[in-house]
Design a protein around this ligand. Sequence first.
Ligand code: ADP
Ligand code: TRP
Length: 330
Amino acid sequence: MKIALTGVKPTGILHIGNYFGAIKPAIELTKDYDTRYFIADYHALNIMKDPQALRESIREIAAGWLAAGLDPEKVIFYRQSSVPETFELTTILMAFTPKGLMNRAHAYKAALDKNIEKNEDADAGINMGLFTYPVLMAADILLFDADVVPVGRDQTQHVEMAADIAGAINYTYKKELLKIPQASVQDSVAVVPGLDGRKMSKSYGNTIPLFSSEKDLRKLIMRIVTNSQGVEEPKDPDSSQIFMIYKLFATAEEQSALRARYRGGMGWGEAKEELFRVVNRELTPLRNRFNEFVADPKKLDDILSGGAQKARAIASKTVMRLRAACGIQL
Ligand code: ADP
Ligand code: TRP
């Protein structure tokens, strides 16, 4: 079986865009791939300096993925920080990473451009963690012999960099020491719209959190922006974000029934009630499981530690192989 690996940065809380765009497809992939998924906690440290917030975020992301159906018996599921080999491999990779390659990385360039635009010192607020981010990410990937790396489009450049760095090492030592990974972007995955119609994203503050209480969920759904069409007017389902979100949660029959009601004229309030019904139906069991995990950090920790053990058994082999090839061993 081919190996698929991906990392999730524990920043912020999960929303239904993450669920349909990342979590569900990743869980689907466990059927056909040997999968390794991890919480990229040291990546988050670059931007999160509040320990309490980081700790909570790590817990909630781990609990969220498990609540959404990730099976830790099937997937090696671990925290990046529990695999210290990652950081040793990072040091090795650094020696093969041209600085110019890092200068071209999108995340770093975006921060740089923002500073220049604001007429600030070009390096303001940019730490070395952000600058060398792609090397740490390459270590995450190369440590585990990943064939494919499912990511959002914004991350493909980083995976290409991992492939470049691996290629440089294999070339130097004339040996297939590291597997060359490939990014996989699922274009078929729906872009979930947010409350205001733009792409749902934590940076726009327009999200429906995956685990909000029933009360908050209803409130948020009632806040979805609609046009000023009157109750009786026929409405177009395909240009309505209520309907777009509905499609993700409803059965085919429910979708055609709501379509017909839209065309016949129905108030937005009523459409939102129907949306709330199906969203709440799907999310209630997830929310319950999530709350159980959050209330039992020991259980969460046991699962992640079990994953880390399996992960380290693989990672240590990769590092030993490289140490031997580089001459770092007597
Ligand atoms: P955000 O935009 O909220 O910061 P992230 O960048 O942390 O989200 O995204 C994590 C994962 O969730 C990525 O794989 C991304 O493609 C996916 N994702 C985020 N928002 C959406 C959305 N609105 N629709 C589909 N997928 C999404
Ligand atoms: N950089 C990724 C993101 O921001 C998270 C990540 C860290 C990752 N290491 C990885 C993704 C390795 C895939 C493989 O979303």
